[in-house]
Ligand binder design. Sequence first.
Ligand code: AMP
Ligand code: MG
Length: 504
Amino acid sequence: MTFFIDRLEHTYFESFKEQEDSHFSPVMASRLLDPVVVSSNKLLAEELGIDPDNLDSPEMLEVMSGNFMTANIKPIALVYSGHQFGVWAGQLGDGRAMTLGELPVANRGPVANRGPVVDGVTSSRELWDIQLKGAGPTPYSRFADGRAVLRSSIREYLCSEAMHGLGIATTRALSLVDSKTAVYREEVESGATVCRVARSHIRFGSFEHFHYRNQPESVRDLADYVVQRHFPQWVEDQDRYLKLFKNTVFKTAKMIAQWQSVGFNHGVMNTDNMSILGDTLDFGPFGFLDSYDPEFICNHSDTNGRYSFKNQPSVGLWNLNALATSLTSLLSSDELIDVLKQYEPEFLNQFRAIMVSKLGLEKYQAGDELLSNELLDLMQMNNVDYTILFRSLCDFNEANQTVRDQFIDREAFDQWAVKYLARLGQQDLSDADRRDNMRAVNPKYVLRNYMAQAAIEKAQAGDYSEVNLLLKVLQSPCKEHPEAQQYAGLPPDWAAKISVSCSS
Ligand code: AMP
Ligand code: MG
């Protein structure tokens, strides 16, 4: 058994070692005390070609708790900048994450939002960053401690896998380790690490960093690196930077359309939390909708609601504008604007297609958008649970009252149902087939805050079973999981009191 850490490559380090100070810093981890494995992700290990025995090995626990003495690892922290809540924040960087290296993985084809939007050819292998989050301070920690607490690490670990389970492009999480290291937040909590795995950790803010430092050659070097690593088929193309930007715009549009379709609110859409590949990145105070409320704000520190649920599509465009500004040394304003203009129609197309399939309609037809919007309006007015409604709609027919019973104004629902049934009657599809199609796109389980909270409270008492149960359920959220039936219903009353902020 080769330990997968021994197979890591270091293309980022090799590409920028001459400009080490400006692109990254070599760092050392500081180890956690008495580490224990909370959970390891066998499914991801398999996808990455990692021997599952690696995950349970003593070497793994050593590395994941920040003890690199025997493994010959030279970690680096990357620098980036960014706009936070619409304001230029200057230099940030990996303040509590370090990249251990890049794992070569056989390319398994277009999974989730992967593969380029232009030119379908992809290479036979990909490199995935292996990062350790919470292993101590770096030169970019500013005044913070470089640590992550168990509570926030459980949230990131579960949510990144939940997003993947929902078919949404995202960073992943390979393992979660707890310890006896005391970390000071509002109260003393235990320090933990998450092993984050991502195709890329390069952010919009990575490009902004060099643009605002007036280093156009570094903007170019970074763009070349991204093209070389992720789109080698474009390396010789004159218009490779345009293709790269277009890819980011289209992938971001699709990712946000998917967020909206599952009721996911990211909460901190700063430009340093936006991946250049359009993968969901940085799981902080995120939340999934319970009852359908477009005004929902999951981040309690976001007093003005800049990152509210309904604002996400337009914030996506704002962030892409910020990225475009940082690419002005590579592309003309006309080129950038032309691509930016394609964001909104692409978002609307993607969103419409998903909503139509959530309704069980095989082919979009004029009027379907209205049907879907009318349903959302009714759900908002009647405080109907987003996930439960769509899941129960899979079994909807004239005799079935479960959908109707979720509305206070039943007559209004009945009027909508007449139109919906008429529309369903126009397709040649049995109820059973429609139900199967709909069940594949309307999840039964999403990571509601109270579920994460239940797993956190048990884990803080030393019982990791709920973390592992939720991991299993959320990795296939559209399937039935009788052992987790308690998580398929409405949230309990105490869920309303949970407050999630950036403190992590
Ligand atoms: P976030 O809000 O998680 O996107 O973090 C914004 C910035 O703060 C990033 O540069 C993080 O690396 C940094 N940061 C957040 N928490 C910590 C911490 N506990 N120690 C060091 N840096 C941190
Ligand atoms: Mg961040």
